[in-house]
Design a protein around this ligand. Structure first.
Ligand code: NDP
Ligand code: KPL
Length: 342
């Protein structure tokens, strides 16, 4: 029970941070939200709405939220810091935690990508840093919608390295379980995240994109390449979905009707859900392409395994990112081709 009185700081109040922090606050945990700009203003003014695809829909009044853009205020009383910034901001957040949080604060990365916990450890050599993995998508309401809403749009339990924190973090709307091999979990999640780029390039909602075999074939091609590189590097991905990773590509290649039947769990997704990389292109922000496709490309280069599909997808995302015109709305043919002008 002593655990329940701990203060949890959300380091990066965006989609995941507001959803996770919102569920924790609704369950009576002490939560400090560290955010900035639009989100801090919106939460201070109108509070937060937390909803999910199971029908839960709750509102937290502004007075009940501790939200700030001052890292000292958010971090100095924290017993646990949940890092929920995009991968490109991990080092900056590590420096803020090093400056403002107590030496005994436990830091948990709830980010995609395989090396954010390591980046945090490098910046926080004295602290306990744990890896975590968030399996579900969160849809954030567009700017101007009040109150700011974060909606969990798919299912799954968060996995973390440390069983001692599960009791504190496992609350309504936020299933949490411990896993002993987070490296294997993160590489497995990376296989799923290879689809983030396809959603971002297509602009389609996730459920519609996955229902189209032409997109699934590109995803299956990326997964084959990633598994070959991982095998050559001695990395074995964990089973985090109903399917073993070795069967994922096979199932993705099935005809639409059969895929629809077999992958019902995978397709239990709210119709608005896209991907966090789509969010980034939509908001004209840098994406996590270097941490997702880029992580596999690094491995492929080191192990001498080819990854042409992943290379093409990464190049198209980098192009869209540089153009800052939002998701480019490409067709599967354009992505398979690698050329947008053709
Ligand atoms: N969104 C999703 O559905 C999922 C995301 N993930 C992963 O979770 C992680 C977080 O993603 P997501 O929530 O989408 O990202 P968001 O961009 O929505 O949230 C991150 C927030 O952190 C803020 N931030 C960054 N640096 C600071 C700082 N120094 N001080 C205060 N606030 C800061 C950002 O502000 P600003 O916008 O001003 O930069 C942003 O609002 C990523 O690794 C992502 O891949 C995993 C599963 C699903
Ligand atoms: C869509 C999802 C849940 C899985 O690929 C995700 O991790 C993201 O949006 O970043």
């Amino acid at each position: 029970m002593a655990n329940q009185g701990k203060t949890i700081a959300i380091a990066g109040a965006g989609s995941i941070g507001c959803y996770v922090g919102g569920c924790l606050a609704l369950a009576g945990r002490k939560v400090n939200f560290l955010g900035r700009g639009r989100i801090v203003e919106a939460m201070r003014k109108d509070g937060l709405r937390v909803s999910d695809l199971d029908g839960r829909d709750r509102r937290i009044d502004p007075e009940a939220l501790a939200v700030t853009d001052d890292p000292a205020l958010a971090l100095r009383t924290a017993d646990i810091v949940l890092v929920t910034v995009k991968s490109g901001a991990t080092e900056e957040m590590a420096a803020l935690i090093a400056t403002h949080a107590r030496p005994d604060t436990i830091v948990v990365s709830l980010q995609n990508g395989v090396d954010n916990a390591d980046k945090l450890r490098a910046g926080l050599p004295e602290r306990r840093v744990l890896a975590g993995m968030v399996p579900f998508n969160v849809v954030q309401s567009p700017g101007g919608v009040t109150p700011l809403r974060v909606h969990r749009a798919s299912e799954g339990k968060v996995m973390i390295e440390e069983a001692g924190l599960v009791g504190l973090l496992d609350v309504e709307g936020l299933g949490v379980e411990a896993h002993s091999d987070m490296k294997a979990v993160l590489w497995s999640k990376l296989l799923m995240n290879l689809n983030n780029a396809l959603v971002a390039l297509s602009g389609l909602p996730l459920a519609r994109e996955l229902a189209d075999r032409r997109w699934r074939l590109i995803l299956a091609g990326q997964i084959d390449e990633a598994l070959a590189a991982m095998k050559a590097a001695g990395i074995e991905p964990a089973r985090i979905t109903g399917l073993p990773p070795s069967l994922l590509a096979k199932v993705l290649r099935l005809p639409d009707w059969l895929f629809g039947l077999l992958a019902r769990r995978m397709l239990a997704i709210d119709p608005q859900a896209r991907s966090s990389m789509w969010d980034d292109l939509e908001r004209r922000r840098p994406t996590e392409i270097d941490d997702l496709q880029g992580a596999v490309l690094g491995l492929a280069e080191r192990t001498g395994t080819p990854a042409p599909t992943i290379e093409r997808v990464a190049a198209l995302v980098r192009q869209a990112e540089a153009e800052k015109r939002g998701p480019p709305g490409l067709t599967p043919d354009k992505v398979s081709d690698g050329s947008r002008s053709a």
